[in-house]
Design a protein around this ligand. Structure first.
Ligand code: GLU
Length: 337
């Protein structure tokens, strides 16, 4: 009797082991992918989380598991993507253009031709926040002041430098700081900064934090013939505005004029078609659900999500666009090997 029970147990044990082994033979291992974003108070981080959530809804089907990671911003993301440290990333369109062409931070390394686009997202406006106590009334008043231009690795650093250059102000004319955007509102409120630049979608938690502190602030417009000329010279800049209603009570339809770029979702040529296809499909198939996750996405349409891209599309994304009959801009087809 004892021995029979023993063999029964052994038999069940063997069957269970065999079944679980079969299971792991059948299902290929789940592929984990990282989506590089930005600081926690910006728009990139919640964007990455929304894309990851939509993708993970179908994980049984595609066996991919995505996670958004907070990072130093566009330039960091592009480099981490190229180095194989992440599979998908958000970045400013101007920074993608510069990397693809081998300009600015990529001058020495040369053109980064492995970058691939999936789609474009919201507009990001070059935003200049000044404390009222600083006495800064117009752009020229920035001279001599403590101004955060942005951390190394961020997108905004070059935008702040371009804006200063356009007005003939050199970094030596100001007290330049290079801290992360997440720290800037606190430093402004502590009177350790007079102003800071941030290239970001609106509304966002960062500017809300700056606007809701003890010290009153102002969103300073960045306008004039200097900016118009700069936009004509650069393919990636366009005029843009910040709706003040997001940050000021009673502001109604007022807008602070400035210039801006677009946020893009990127990958690199070596990333699998499977990943590129599913990230694109889940975002486009569920566009209304995606748009509801952040007010900065209000203006997105399937058509404008294929505009303003400066790196060719990944074949996996093209597969999706063809499947749903979307027109692919011919200049975005990947180069022939
Ligand atoms: N545009 C910023 C950057 O590239 C990030 C903005 C955000 O996190 O929303 O560094």
């Amino acid at each position: 009797m004892q021995t029979k029970r023993y063999f029964m147990k052994l038999y069940f044990f063997l069957v269970l082991t065999l079944l679980s082994a079969c299971d792991s033979w059948d299902t290929p291992r789940r592929v984990h992918l990282t989506i590089g974003t930005g600081g926690l108070t910006g728009v990139y981080y919640p964007t990455g989380q929304s894309i990851a959530k939509l993708l993970n809804q179908k994980k049984k089907q595609h066996n991919l598991k995505a996670q958004a990671e907070s990072t130093a911003g566009s330039v960091y993301n592009i480099n981490a993507l190229l180095a194989g440290e992440m599979e998908v990333a958000l970045a400013q369109s101007d920074r993608v253009y510069q990397a693809y062409q081998g300009e600015k931070e990529w001058k020495e390394a040369g053109p980064q031709r492995e970058l691939r686009s999936l789609f474009a997202l919201h507009s990001e406006v070059v935003t200049l926040i000044v404390s009222k106590a600083s006495g800064i009334q117009q752009f020229q008043d920035l001279k001599g002041k403590r101004i955060n231009l942005g951390n190394l690795g961020s997108g905004q650093l070059a935008n702040a430098q371009d804006a200063l250059n356009a007005f003939g102000i050199s970094v030596n004319d100001i007290q330049a700081e290079y801290v992360k955007a997440i720290e800037a509102p606190g430093l402004l409120q502590d009177e350790r900064l007079d102003a800071f630049f941030y290239t970001v979608g609106h509304p966002n938690g960062n500017i809300k934090e700056a606007a809701n502190g003890r010290l009153p602030i102002r969103i300073l417009p960045i306008t004039g013939p200097e900016i118009k000329l700069m936009i004509l010279e650069q393919p990636y800049y366009s005029l843009a505005g910040i709706p003040l209603k997001y940050y000021q009570k009673g502001a109604m339809d007022e807008v602070a004029q400035s210039f801006g770029v677009k946020a893009m979702v990127l990958t690199r040529a070596q990333v699998s078609d499977e990943i590129a296809y599913w990230v694109t499909k889940q975002t486009f198939d569920n566009l209304e659900e995606f748009k509801a996750t952040h007010p900065a996405f209000a203006g997105l349409t399937k058509a404008n999500m294929l505009q303003g891209l400066f790196a060719p599309l990944h074949p996996g994304a093209i597969r999706y666009y063809k499947e749903v009959g979307m027109r692919i801009p011919p200049n975005l087809l990947p180069p022939h090997e």
